[in-house]
Design a protein around this ligand. Structure first.
Ligand SMILES: NC(=O)c1ccc[n+]([C@@H]2O[C@H](COP(=O)([O-])OP(=O)(O)OC[C@H]3O[C@@H](n4cnc5c(N)ncnc54)[C@H](OP(=O)(O)O)[C@@H]3O)[C@@H](O)[C@H]2O)c1
Length: 213
């Protein structure tokens, strides 16, 4: 499958590396491929291009941009390359401008996921993978044999079902919980505040949340 990954940071690299390894046709959209030249040398199957080239390539788009750059970058790509496609939105609305810990630049009555969906009404936005560390996104079974929970939000039920089966097939996710329409992203984005406290206290990002029914 042709997959577009927007952003070449820790998340973009984790997703692109794993997806290329399992035979997917991945193009990372980046402003500066030279910045990741060493990583690309170790992951020769990953293609790079501009954000627009990457979005044009992808049947599915994965947003691994910073929260602060997400809306401008998606608007600059333009609807023609995005409309009708599933956009897996991993970005969190973190504001580091006042140092650590970050705050949320949108919360409570709105979310970044909703802002993206409003900006691109013809795109099927599915918010997921944003509540855990990059290494666990693509290798959930490395922790507690995958016995932990991934949340999923979005307005399009078919798109959520497709993303659920892709995450299971690609990475081996076992417990994916559809928590509702895109407004439910308010909760998972705000969960980052709890995540940061837990990670600081435990001294690790190798941890996850499990919903016990
Ligand atoms: N790191 C994690 O474990 C983790 C976990 C859960 C969710 N997330 C969320 O996932 C997203 C990606 O995380 P990350 O750690 O990979 O982020 P990151 O390295 O800080 O940034 C991701 C990419 O955003 C692009 N970017 C940054 N500033 C930009 C600007 N002004 N204009 C256009 N593009 C810009 C850059 O892409 P190029 O330089 O390639 O153009 C950069 O590689 C974030 O929203 C984060 O909150 C991260």
């Amino acid at each position: 499958m042709k997959i577009s990954i927007l952003g070449s940071g820790m998340v973009g690299q984790a997703l692109a590396g794993k997806l290329a390894e399992i035979g997917q046709d991945v193009m990372v959209g980046t402003r500066n491929p030279g910045k990741i030249a060493d990583w690309l040398a170790k992951n020769p199957k990953v293609k790079t291009g501009s954000a627009s080239e990457s979005a044009a390539h992808g049947e599915i788009i994965i947003n691994a941009l910073t929260g602060t750059s997400t809306l401008d970058m998606l608007k600059s790509i333009g609807e023609a390359h995005l409309n009708g496609k599933i956009l897996i939105d991993i970005a969190n609305p973190l504001d580091f401008s006042k140092g650590m810990p970050p705050t949320l630049f949108v919360s409570n009555t709105d979310s970044l996921g909703e802002q993206v969906q409003r900006a691109l009404p013809q795109v099927k936005v599915v918010k997921t993978l944003n509540t855990l560390s990059a290494h666990l996104m693509v290798n959930p079974r490395s922790l507690a044999d995958g016995d932990h929970t991934l949340f999923l939000s979005g307005n399009d039920d078919e798109a959520k079902a497709r993303v659920t089966s892709l995450l299971t097939e690609w990475f081996g996710w076992r417990d994916i919980l559809d928590i509702g329409d895109i407004t439910s992203a308010r909760g998972t984005e705000a969960l980052l505040l709890l995540w940061i406290s837990m990670s600081t206290k435990l001294g690790t990002s190798n941890m996850q949340i499990k919903i016990v029914r």
